[in-house]
Write a protein that binds this ligand. Structure first.
Ligand code: PRP
Ligand code: URA
Length: 209
């Protein structure tokens, strides 16, 4: 069964509180999403495999460690996942980036796919799916299903805030996927928004409301 890892580091929790605040501007919101993504990426990449290499320091030759293989692909779910991309690339600049476009139909609240472009060699990569919000879980479940069709080496999900309903749904649909979060909130409201949450992440990042 996939693990749920809540990264409750004080810096992340502090930044998350500012993010939630309705008075935080789009500019600050964007910066904070990116910064939290960087901090969370540190935890989500903890188990990347290393191999030994021989190097020469100015003092002597020695054995050191290097990341193994083709490494990582990040796949943000559009739109809000885009806000996390710069932050994770700060830590892993050589990673490839795929994109999956999904939006929740306002009537049915089910995800509708409108774009999918993934790295050609994704089958040789470990994938981290990025989306700040895991509400009903529908978007993450569908995105991961699409990625699995391309046989990646592994998949993790990295989000900022989740509802218990979304965590349960994602665990049931994809029990092999570890879920990294900054917070698990109380519940979903009648419109399937996370309570207390932070509102509509895409609108707050891009200032569209
Ligand atoms: C938001 C969010 C997730 C999704 C979560 O996107 O960024 O992708 O909702 O909800 P779910 O877990 O119930 O599927 P939204 O549909 O608002 O699209 P946008 O990012 O383009 O605004
Ligand atoms: N999407 C968001 O952006 N926020 C929520 O609370 C739920 C879905």
């Amino acid at each position: 069964m996939g693990n749920v890892i809540i990264t409750n580091h004080p810096l992340i929790q502090h930044k998350l509180s500012i993010l939630r605040d309705v008075h935080t501007s789009s500019k600050d919101f964007r910066n904070l999403v990116s910064e939290i993504a960087t901090l969370m990426c540190y935890e989500a990449t903890r188990d990347l495999p290393l191999h030994e290499i021989e190097i020469e320091t100015p003092i002597c030759k020695c054995t050191a460690h290097s990341l193994e293989g083709k490494k990582l692909a990040f796949v943000p779910i559009l739109r809000a996942g885009l806000g996390m991309v710069d932050g994770v690339l700060q830590l892993v600049p050589s990673a490839r980036v795929g994109h999956i476009g999904l939006y929740r139909d306002p009537e049915t609240l089910k995800p509708v796919e409108y774009y999918c472009k993934l790295p050609a060699d994704i089958n040789e990569r470990d994938v981290i799916v990025l989306d700040p919000m895991l509400a009903t879980g529908g978007s993450a479940i569908d995105a991961i299903t699409l990625i699995k069709e391309r046989n990646p080496k592994s998949i993790k999900f990295m989000g900022l805030i989740a509802a218990p309903e979304g965590v349960a749904a994602l665990k049931e649909a994809h029990p092999d996927v570890d879920i990294f979060l900054a917070a698990e909130d109380e519940k979903l409201n009648d419109h399937c928004y996370i309570v207390p949450g932070l509102g509509d992440a895409g609108d707050r990042i891009f200032g569209t409301k």
